[in-house]
Design a protein around this ligand. Structure first.
Ligand SMILES: [Zn+2]
Length: 96
């Protein structure tokens, strides 16, 4: 139940959820900025701050979350050479 594969499933799920939240927020921010059209608008600054904060937040989350459940090294790219990550490139642990 608490195997490496189970832990990796959880890591992947959290990463996908975080990415969806990030993508929706970014889409909303850019869409709103586009419709405002004026970079001098008072809301433009707030939206830019939200977008930058989300980017930083998502990066920190990825850096902390996207790690091998076995050796705790950063896993790198989710897709490599057109294939989803299957094993850890640092310790070689099978993740799926
Ligand atoms: Zn590893």
């Amino acid at each position: 139940m608490n195997s490496i594969q189970e832990k990796f499933k959880k890591i992947t799920r959290n990463q996908i959820i975080a990415f969806i939240i990030f993508a929706i927020t970014m889409y909303g921010c850019f869409n709103t900025l586009y419709s405002i059209g004026d970079t001098g608008h008072k809301d433009a600054l707030i939206i830019t701050i939200v977008a930058v904060t989300m980017t930083i937040g998502f990066s920190i989350f990825t850096f902390k979350n996207w790690r091998c459940p076995n050796c705790n090294k950063f896993l790198g790219r989710f897709v490599n050479k057109g294939k989803f990550i299957k094993s850890c490139k640092s310790c070689g642990e099978e993740l799926v």
